[in-house]
Design a protein around this ligand. Structure first.
Ligand code: AMP
Length: 516
């Protein structure tokens, strides 16, 4: 039974497999290599996923779910979700555990359930194409995905009936697709510009080891912003003529965004394109049409700041990792936006060399995930050894709300580390272990991953108990934390899982402190 590789993308999902030693994407019955990561509800109350769901998006924007990956593993009250809500046409609500709920008809779905529906669809697609049941998959995730996001990706796969053989970082998968490995050592940059996000990763490859040296990115920079820039340009012209801004009408707004994306894509191969939309606001005045000519050079002027933002992130990533552009042997382009001539031109200028674009940018990650799936499945396990890095520093809270780093950002994983902590009060019989993620020195600057309590500590003066706290991160980037009182041998462990806000609130003993 083959193991498939899945690129579960924000806009599109692609599934790959290695057949007779040849990595390839699995095409649907119409020969298409990607499936829109979009879900909708039909009039009979049935859910449907993929091309049909996307096709009805402009007439049913509030009932069409897309970009669920941007909500996956996030808290409703978190900054990213709050920033995303005004951008999304469908309704997002706060569920009791503070995860975001997505309204679809009378249903409220979690982002995990929406992702599961997309995964289920590609599972069936692969089963039909290969004529075999599929039970296992390698699934790619952005290198910057934290524990919750990775866990929810796995959970979505489980709901879809897939066991995750391995989560693989997207840039690593792209490098595998480009054949980097055993015979091609070097340092490569993976420039991934998709529909909703931008990621830059620097990988060092040698002897089949893929080491993600550094990652950077912006989860609010992608093709959607380009569509928006064009839509605003067209809306302004429409407004000048009819004194009504079509962006203020939910249906007209979505249709304008679709038309803008269409024109943006045309301008990757044409010098000029027509942005036309008939009956923009049929309920107000059916004679109001939009018909504007946009040239490639105008598009480039509108979108240049977005491309420059991506390059600024590249600069910051290279600077923070102390890597020089001259050390890079190759630049791999991934994601639909890398087809835009302006993006290719500026990347060429910035890196001082032309990027490698030989593999379809929509398919590279899916193909790489399939190569990893094949390697895990074959008898020569460890044929491709993957070494990834921790994207953000993990720390624990000490007295005064100070974060004490336990594993530094960019540490290679899998990784295990133990440190000794102690108590701050005499006869303190319990401590709270709060685990944080982020680069700040204080808990207010970082995000809390989890909290648990170790009880049954031996009665002793302050600063004498020895409490060993161990952090283990497995190959999938999932963290387990154990605390043990070395005197009483009481211990407590957790895998990082969602703790409800209520459970967190009842913990009230004092955090561990560092021994003097
Ligand atoms: P992805 O998330 O990698 O599937 O990328 C999707 C984004 O790429 C969307 O914003 C598309 O509009 C954009 N895109 C796809 N093809 C092209 C193209 N030929 N020219 C410009 N943008 C494109």
């Amino acid at each position: 039974m083959p193991v498939i590789g899945i690129d579960l993308g924000t806009s599109n999902t692609c599934v790959g497999v290695v057949l007779d030693g040849r990595p390839q994407v699995i095409l649907d019955e119409k020969g298409r290599s990607t499936l829109p990561s979009v879900m909708a509800l039909n009039r009979r109350g049935q859910f449907f996923v993929g091309h049909l769901a996307k096709a009805q998006m402009s007439i049913n924007p509030t009932g069409t779910i897309h970009s669920a990956k941007r909500l996956l593993g996030q808290k409703y009250s978190g900054r990213d979700v709050q920033r995303l809500i005004p951008e999304l046409p469908f309704e997002i609500s706060q569920l009791p555990d503070d995860s975001p709920g997505i309204k679809l008809g009378d249903n409220v779905l979690t982002p995990t359930e929406v992702s599961a529906a997309v995964l289920k669809k590609v599972k069936v697609l692969a089963e039909n194409a290969l004529n075999e049941p599929i039970t296992n998959a390698v699934i790619s995730v952005p290198a910057h995905f934290d524990n919750f996001q990775r866990r929810e990706t796995k959970h979505a796969a489980e709901i879809a009936g897939l066991e995750v053989s391995r989560l693989i970082n997207e840039p690593t998968a792209a490098a595998l697709a480009y054949g980097y490995g055993a015979n091609t050592p070097g340092m490569i940059a993976v420039f991934d510009f998709g529909g909703g996000t931008f990621d830059i990763s620097i990988l060092e490859i040698g002897d089949g080891i893929y080491n993600v040296l550094a990652t950077g990115g912006d989860t609010f920079l992608g093709g959607n912003d380009f569509n928006n820039a064009v839509a605003h340009w067209a809306a302004e012209r429409f407004n000048n003529k009819y004194h009504f801004n079509p962006m203020n009408d939910i249906a007209a707004h979505q249709r304008l965004l679709d038309a803008s994306e269409y024109v943006k894509i045309l301008l990757s191969t044409q010098e000029k394109a027509q942005l036309t939309l008939q009956q923009v606001l049929p309920d107000i005045d059916p004679s109001w049409d939009l018909d504007e000519t946009l040239t490639r050079s105008q598009l480039e002027t509108l979108c240049a700041p977005l491309v420059e933002r991506a390059l600024t992130i590249c600069q910051q990533t290279f600077d923070s990792a102390n890597i020089s552009i001259a050390d890079i042997n190759d630049i791999i382009m991934v994601g639909g936006m890398t087809r835009m001539p302006l993006v290719r031109r500026r990347v060429t200028e910035w890196f001082g060399r032309a990027p490698n674009t030989t593999i379809n940018p929509d398919e590279a990650v899916g193909i790489g995930a399939a190569i990893q799936a094949m390697a895990l499945d074959s008898i020569q396990d460890n044929m491709v050894l993957l070494l990834d890095v921790l994207p953000l520093t993990l720390s624990i809270e000490a007295a005064g709300g100070v974060c004490i780093p336990v594993i530094a950002k960019n540490t290679k994983i899998p990784h295990h580390v133990s440190r000794i902590f102690t108590t701050s009060r005499d006869n303190q019989n319990s401590v709270t272990i709060s685990i944080y993620q982020g680069e700040g020195h204080h808990i207010s600057e970082n995000s809390r991953l989890s909290t648990f309590e170790l009880t049954g500590i031996r009665q002793a003066p302050r600063m004498t108990p020895r409490i060993e706290v161990s952090f283990s991160i497995d190959v999938n980037g999932i963290l387990s934390v154990t605390a043990i009182d070395l005197d009483s041998h009481q211990s407590q462990s957790i895998e990082i899982v969602d703790l409800t806000a209520k459970a967190l609130d009842v913990l009230e003993s004092e955090p561990v402190v560092q021994p003097e």
